[in-house]
Design a protein around this ligand. Structure first.
Ligand SMILES: CC(C)(COP(=O)(O)OP(=O)(O)OC[C@H]1O[C@@H](n2cnc3c(N)ncnc32)[C@H](O)[C@@H]1OP(=O)(O)O)[C@@H](O)C(=O)NCCC(=O)NCCS
Length: 203
């Protein structure tokens, strides 16, 4: 865990490195271990985020994160019509239904939900971080938790259908693009990448 803390607070150094990402160990996915008052973990007070399973009380804030991430963070890659179609493609009800599949984890920062991610089998199905909390490593922690779960299940690789905005993030996580594809959202076309990562251990 000390390595993780050092890596997090040293992110400005890491960001200039051309080396591939060295996945940081995921923090404990339990509210107790990451809570600043935890007596069990002497480093807990330094943990800025908490990664934990989705709870039903998260849903209204989660939908705000989903919509704001699309409307604000993807504006350099998708026009307003595309962002509207994407963000409205999931109703409150359909998003709740979708999130009940696979494994969904959320990131809390200062007791506010700032991101979430979902893996269904071999697929990273969703990963969204609120734009106010972008580029501080939240998606990295969310993703690493899901990858760890896939490894525990013995999965050989992961896929993701990745927005143009998220391409560089997934590349940083070790995925390679297998080419562009077109997604339909309510009759509006959005270009995205099909990306894959092998989880096979080498050597
Ligand atoms: C993609 C997304 C989840 C990344 O979240 P994040 O918390 O900002 O990502 P991180 O801080 O963990 O980024 C880790 C690394 O990924 C890369 N990266 C992340 N976002 C990037 C961007 N917009 N442009 C270039 N590189 C990026 C960088 O190498 C970054 O390291 P650095 O900040 O030290 O340079 C977030 O931008 C988002 O929600 N986007 C809109 C929704 C979306 O497209 N989701 C994916 C659907 S498939």
């Amino acid at each position: 865990m000390l390595d993780w803390i050092r890596r997090f607070f040293g992110r400005s150094d890491a960001s200039t490195s051309a080396a591939p990402a060295q996945p940081a160990p995921a923090p404990e996915a339990s509210a107790q271990s990451a809570h600043p008052d935890s007596e069990a973990d002497p480093f807990a007070a330094f943990m800025p985020f908490q990664i934990r399973p989705l709870q039903s009380s998260d849903l209204s804030r989660l939908i705000s994160v989903f919509r704001d991430a699309i409307q604000i963070s993807t504006a350099n890659h998708y026009d307003q019509q595309q962002r509207d179609a994407w963000s409205q493609a999931q109703s409150h009800e359909s998003l709740i239904s979708l999130l009940s599949e696979g494994e969904t984890v959320v990131a809390e920062w200062d007791q506010e939900l700032v991101g979430f991610a979902q893996r269904i089998d071999d697929d990273i199905n969703m990963i969204y971080v609120h734009p106010d909390s972008a580029r501080v490593g939240i998606a990295t922690l969310l993703y690493q938790h899901l990858e760890d779960g896939a490894r525990v299940e013995g999965r050989e690789g992961l896929t993701a259908h990745v927005s143009l905005t998220a391409h560089d993030f997934f590349q940083f996580m070790g995925f390679n693009s297998e080419g562009e594809e077109q997604a339909d959202r309510g009759g509006v076309t959005l270009t995205r990448h099909l990306m894959r990562k092998s989880l096979a251990s080498h050597g």
